[in-house]
Design a protein around this ligand. Sequence first.
Ligand code: NDP
Ligand code: 2IT
Length: 449
Amino acid sequence: MINNNYVKTVYKNIQAKYPYEKEFLQAVLEVLETLEPVVENDAQIEKLGILERIVEPERMITFRVSWVDDNGKVQVNTGYRCQFNSAIGPYKGGLRFHPTVNASVIKFLGFEQTFKNSLTGLSMGGGKGGSDFDPKGKSDMEIMRFCQSFMTELYRHIGQFTDVPAGDIGVGKREVGYLYGQYKRISNEFTGVLTGKALEFGGSLGRTEATGYGLCYFTQKMLETLKGTNFNDKKVIVSGSGNVAIYAAQKAKELGAKIIAMSDSCGYIYDKNGIDLQLIKNIKEVKRERIKEYLKKYPNAIYVDNCRDIWSIPCDIALPCATQNELDENSAKLLVKNGCIAVAEGANMPSTPKAIQIFIDNDIAYAPGKASNAGGVAVSGLEMSQNSLRLSWSFDQVDQKLKEIMENLFDRVYKTSQKYSDGKNLVIGANIAGFEKVCEAMKIQGIAY
Ligand code: NDP
Ligand code: 2IT
């Protein structure tokens, strides 16, 4: 609920302008609701139209991607790049290839990225892109041809000092390789224009692990500060089994937790003895198969072919690491009922607004994704630094920097929450702390953009 008239008007206008962009409106409302005290303390924000500008992307690029499948048939998809905000640095954010991608999804991700990137303390603006292309079931050559066609348009909009894309759902090392190859061919330039690259051509050690590890560094600090405990001996559920989920599970396990369940978009696996992560990696990263394959080696594990029900399993800590709105009100109630003490988001906006309210009302320590999953983009920032320096740092150097970034990020979010609320509401802390730097930069740079 918004009370302040200025904030209310900004939201109503954006709602009237983009009535069908429900994910985007959800992300905007969540942020605007928490900015009221800041707006009320600073008349410049309204005068300079900071909120009107911060909810409107600087540039939204939509393009046709035609490619030829293995049968010689031409296929057509839609490509997007949303260059949301460049107040504090070049646009930075991933590319998502998934059939559910549309303008609303890309805009919500670009909007959130602006605040997330600000929270890392590095100089990166917010951007996001992708396509409704479905990589599932495609051959390697089809993936290559799609990536090449996608980059043939995208290349003119990006650059190491302009906009630096990376991976997200459906875009990992393989896709970044094909995208990079095509960028280089067309531009005749070898620069750090993408992150998440393979080590052979300028990638950073630790980028693959960064989002999942960063999530656990943040969560450990949150557990210590808000709950006086840590991961040790906790039962943990991780949804998803992609890049973020796998390395979140790995680090949580290293910190003493037992991972009892993981999922993919078809269903979930519950293994009360603890999930065999090596097997999950082999199924999902190497063979690109369904998580159900887990049963072949562990017939006593339980498989349920409904991924949304994963939250009905009793656990101490929930790490949603799959996709937006995967954890709803009913799931939140079940988590509370079963004694869960913390929910920390590896995915972007995985909890619905009603679910978040339930966590807050029931004193569950809740880490919003734009803070807790910032480790991926933070190490992307470190990859850009290494590319500029023409140097590569060791895994331990990168991991140490990641840990410092996530712990400092937690402190800043926590202190901001203490200033504007009770210290426990990290949604308020993350939104305001992320907003402050972007807002100041926008004020200083004038209004002609
Ligand atoms: P991956 O493509 O590696 O994995 C995605 C996982 O989520 C898969 O297990 C996939 O299942 C599942 N999933 C995807 N869409 C859906 C859906 N609609 N319903 C149910 N399950 C789904 O992606 P990432 O691990 O990179 O990304 C996961 C989340 O983390 C996303 O929200 C992303 O935006 C966010 N994120 C990613 C970062 C990164 O560096 N990669 C950084 C910060 C956040 P299946 O295999 O069946 O498709
Ligand atoms: O949501 C995200 O932060 C990402 N997908 C990572 C973006 C990046 O530029 O590394």
